[in-house]
Design a protein around this ligand. Structure first.
Ligand code: NAP
Length: 256
């Protein structure tokens, strides 16, 4: 074995000195990713449109910045806040919306446009702007969904938006690869977040057992945000140094 030429595994997930941004990092999956990034030694700008973010005190490792990712000025400001002298090391495109879509015949164009604006156009813009600062060895992680892989009834606008993220990921990976920047996506299964609780809450009255729904995967595990965070750390770190353009499914086996 020729292990000596590579760093130890512990060293590979040591993100000390790395700087980056997590969009939608104030709650849910983005919050879990931010926590793991901090644990690994990174400095993170949390860019989120929840107004409560303005009440969060910054620390040495986290800057909380109000940012609606659909607003280009907000986005550029958040990205430049996260760059150090050496530039940027990672971008996690996590901010997304998933209002109930409903039957296709009831889905209006402006609803579809809004879904694409937040879930696709903003991820595209964030990646383009971040790419100006990302240095060699940098990493972009886009949060897609298993809805991108198999669609579903009543989620047509959402699954359309998330399927686009896979194409975005593959094209950016090919173009930015020459600069040593890796671009990957994660396709989460159902994860217990404030956003999902808001979605499923009203169905409780109709008899839905939310806890069972969130654990309805072959592993029978409750989909915790931390499972997605672990995958994000893997993709950002040197463990994934030879992985780019990939969509990593993290769903407890749901799509198997
Ligand atoms: P969440 O609990 O709703 O948290 C999302 C965060 O993003 C919130 O703080 C939200 O703020 C913020 N956000 C929304 N729109 C934004 C915008 N325009 N600019 C900046 N921030 C914005 O959602 P989540 O469940 O953690 O989902 C995170 C990502 O994972 C999304 O892309 C989602 O599609 C994807 N995903 C989730 C699941 C799941 O089961 N949870 C499964 C597959 C994929 P506000 O609350 O103030 O809007």
């Amino acid at each position: 074995m020729r292990m000596g030429e590579f760093a130890s595994i512990n060293k590979m997930i040591d993100l000390s000195g790395k700087r980056g941004i997590v969009t939608g990092g104030f709650k849910g999956i983005g919050k879990a990713i931010t926590a793991r990034l901090i644990e690994c030694g990174a400095k993170v700008v949390v860019a989120d449109s929840d107004p409560l973010i303005n009440d969060c005190p910054n620390t040495d490792n986290i800057i909380f910045q109000y940012c609606d990712v659909t607003d280009e000025a907000n986005l550029v400001s958040a990205i430049t806040s996260s760059t150090g002298d050496q530039g940027l090391d990672f971008l996690v495109n996590n901010a997304g919306i998933f209002p109930t879509t409903g039957p296709i015949e009831d889905v209006a164009d402006d609803f579809v446009s809004r879904m694409l604006e937040v879930n696709v156009r903003a991820q595209y813009s964030a990646s383009r702007e971040a790419a100006r600062y990302l240095q060699r060895g940098g990493s972009i992680v886009n949060i897609a969904s298993i809805a991108a892989l198999r669609g579903g009834a009543n989620i047509s606008a959402y699954s359309t938006s998330k399927a686009a993220i896979i194409g975005l990921t593959q094209s950016f990976a090919q173009e930015l690869g020459a600069k040593g920047i890796r671009v990957n996506a994660i396709a989460p299964g159902i994860i217990d977040t404030p956003g999902v609780q808001d979605q499923l809450g009203p169905l409780k009255e109709g008899g839905l057992d939310i806890e069972s729904a969130i654990a309805s995967n072959p592993l029978r595990l409750t989909g915790a945000p931390d499972y997605i965070a672990r995958a994000a750390i893997f993709l950002i770190s040197d463990l994934a140094a030879f992985i780019s353009g990939h969509t990593l499914v993290v769903d407890g086996g749901s799509t198997a």
